[in-house]
Design a protein around this ligand. Structure first.
Ligand code: KIV
Length: 273
């Protein structure tokens, strides 16, 4: 059996993720934004599929995650959810949909769940958004937290550099993680913080901690297009590339262009028509 094929084909739930942390089993998480990719990611054994607001960068070519709308996120998440049998599908709440007040946050989270078929939502931030987190959880919607580098606040930070290197920010991050756990979040994503701080959080909370550019933790998340090497221009230090799809796709498409131009495609010997 290939190493990546899962032994347990049951649908992943938040309860299963808690058990995985308790048993020391690592959690694999990747983004997806469309149906076809989601079917592949799911069949390959990924435990959590994140419909990230990174769709704003990866799918739409924006510089930041800020422009993507709730309707656009629901469209991506619905496409993904249709393709997934096993993984837990988590949809990012986009910028502006949970920061105004807790009532509009819960209304927007309900729209995501009802209209997309996602299993959970993810929100960026700690104490600043805890009322919204609590109200969404009270509505019966599982919430994943996201601390450290929070790309929706990029205009405030002004940089994508590693966060929480200073003790004051590290202290706040640990207390935010405890606050999110106490509120009832089922997991926390930690983005671009020092590995030692990630370890502090992993030990401080019982819920799974999933890292990106944050060193070892209970699981890892990557943007699927990045780990497949679709984007040649993006190569942060933390990224491991598992394929070079940019080259594979360019070669294949170049071959198609050349076959069409030369008259080799279509060809009655190789294609029926
Ligand atoms: O939107 C996204 O892809 C994310 C991951 C980087 C965690 O939030």
């Amino acid at each position: 059996m290939p190493a990546y094929l899962v032994e347990d084909a049951r649908k992943v739930t938040t309860k299963r993720l808690a058990e995985m942390k308790a048993q020391g089993k690592k959690i694999a998480m990747l983004t997806s934004y469309d149906y076809t990719t989601a079917t592949i990611v799911d069949a390959a054994g990924v435990d959590i599929i994140l419909v990230g607001d990174s769709a704003s960068n990866v799918m739409a070519g924006n510089m930041t995650t800020l422009p993507i709308t709730l309707d656009q996120m629901i469209y991506h998440a619905r496409s993904v959810a249709r393709g997934v049998k096993r993984a837990l599908v988590v949809c990012d709440m986009p910028f502006g949909t949970y920061q105004v007040d807790a009532t509009s946050a819960v209304r927007n989270a309900i729209r995501i769940m009802q209209e997309s078929g996602s299993d959970a939502v993810k929100l960026e931030g700690g104490s600043e958004i805890i009322d919204a987190v609590r109200r969404i959880l009270e509505a019966g919607i599982p919430v994943c937290g996201h601390l450290g580098l929070t790309p929706q606040s990029i205009c405030k930070f002004g940089t994508y550099a590693v966060r929480a290197k200073e003790e004051a920010e590290a202290e706040k991050l640990v207390s935010d993680a405890l606050l999110l756990e106490e509120a009832g979040c089922f997991a926390i994503v930690l983005e671009k913080i020092p590995a030692a701080l990630t370890q502090r959080v992993v030990e401080a909370v019982k819920i799974p901690v999933i890292g990106i550019g944050a060193g070892p933790s209970d699981g890892q998340v990557l943007v699927v297009d990045d780990m497949l090497g679709k984007n040649k221009g993006f190569s942060p230090k933390f990224l491991r590339r598992y394929a070079d799809l940019h080259t594979i796709m360019t070669d294949a498409i170049g071959q198609f262009v050349s076959d069409v131009k030369s008259g080799d495609f279509p060809n009655p010997d190789t294609e029926s028509y």
